[in-house]
Design a protein around this ligand. Structure first.
Ligand code: NDP
Ligand SMILES: O=C(O)C(=O)[C@@H](O)[C@H](O)C(=O)CO
Length: 277
């Protein structure tokens, strides 16, 4: 398996084209799964205050035999920590739990519109970056309008927007907005939480054509769309399968056929209405 390629974010930092989701990876088993993933070549671990596994993520970084400087840890601020000073304090809390002296990518988890403080929270992340607590700053689950508001109010463009993205919800319009503004797209639930996606006929057909698995077809689709998928797997073999997607190329027509599976969100995770505290 070749190394996972990287891209450059709008702040000049490097960023992998594929990472590991860690929601649900907890305790010793979770740490072992993350250490194994790092050993298999993963360099980006995605966590959040609300995953309650930042301690495990930090421990996995320390137990791995890879230099800290070659690993990226991303975390996310929950709705209950929105506000300028609250955001800085939230980052400090994450750093304590991680046991690290820097978070590589800090995101706002959800805009939580009813709280009405995502612009202040963004100002807090800008301050956290100035304080050297975090390297890159971005958001998650932000719409075009919410991104525009952040940019107009602060002049700082998020490096990343991590959003629901999979063949059932390809987000073409939002991705085009990201491309225009130099925001890197990151795909959450990139396998649509496994669901029935992986048995779709077009995916099994393309898997045969390219001599790979349907999962690898889906993950390659993400990377060729210019998004960084963060599939979660607790299993070493599936982790290796998921990372080994850079040795084949889908054609333009094959990408379009996969995107034609579009049917909508997995659940009611509309950033305009969903509240996640
Ligand atoms: N910002 C946000 O609001 C959100 C962020 N996220 C992030 O995105 C990450 C990934 O999303 P998630 O919701 O976990 O869903 P995924 O789409 O990554 O699917 C995970 C499921 O797929 C299974 N799986 C993984 N690889 C394979 C494979 N090769 N073959 C068959 N099954 C496989 C896993 O099982 P197994 O472990 O047994 O392999 C698990 O059941 C999260 O862990 C989290 O970090 C997720 C939701 C929202
Ligand atoms: O996992 C996350 O990052 C979330 O934001 C949650 O909303 C998660 O997707 C969930 O619990 C869905 O039911």
């Amino acid at each position: 398996m070749s190394a996972i390629p990287t891209v450059t974010l709008n702040d000049g930092a490097w960023f992998p084209e594929l990472g590991l989701g860690t929601y649900g990876l907890r305790g010793e088993e979770g740490i072992a799964a993350m250490v194994g993933a790092i050993g298999s070549g993963y360099r980006l671990l995605d966590t959040a205050v609300n995953y309650e596994n930042e301690r495990e993520v930090g421990e996995a970084v320390r137990r791995s035999d890879v230099d800290r400087g070659t690993l990226l840890v991303a975390s996310k601020i929950p709705g209950r920590h929105h506000g300028r000073q609250e955001a800085v304090d939230s980052v400090k809390g994450s750093l304590d739990r991680l046991g690290l002296d820097r978070i590589d990518l800090q995101l706002i988890h959800w805009p939580n519109p009813s709280v009405g403080k995502y612009v202040d929270t963004w100002r807090g992340l800008i301050e956290a970056r100035e304080l050297g607590l975090v390297r890159s700053i971005g958001v998650s689950n932000f719409t075009e309008d919410q991104l525009t508001e952040l940019i107009e109010e602060t002049g700082v463009v998020p490096a990343v927007n991590q959003v629901e993205l999979h063949p059932y919800f390809p987000q073409a319009k939002l991705r085009a907005f990201h491309a225009t503004h130099g925001i890197r797209t990151e795909s959450w639930s990139p396998l649509a939480k496994r669901s029935e996606l992986l048995t779709e006929q077009i995916l099994t057909e393309l898997a045969t054509v390219h001599d790979v698995t349907p999962t690898q077809v889906v993950l390659r689709w993400h990377t060729q769309l210019g998004s960084t998928p963060i599939p979660k797997s607790a299993d070493a073999d599936r982790q290796r399968e998921n990372a080994d997607v850079f040795g084949f190329t889908l054609t333009h027509d094959q990408l379009a056929a996969i995107s034609a599976l579009e049917r909508g969100r997995l659940w009611d995770g509309d950033p305009n209405t969903h509240e996640e505290m």
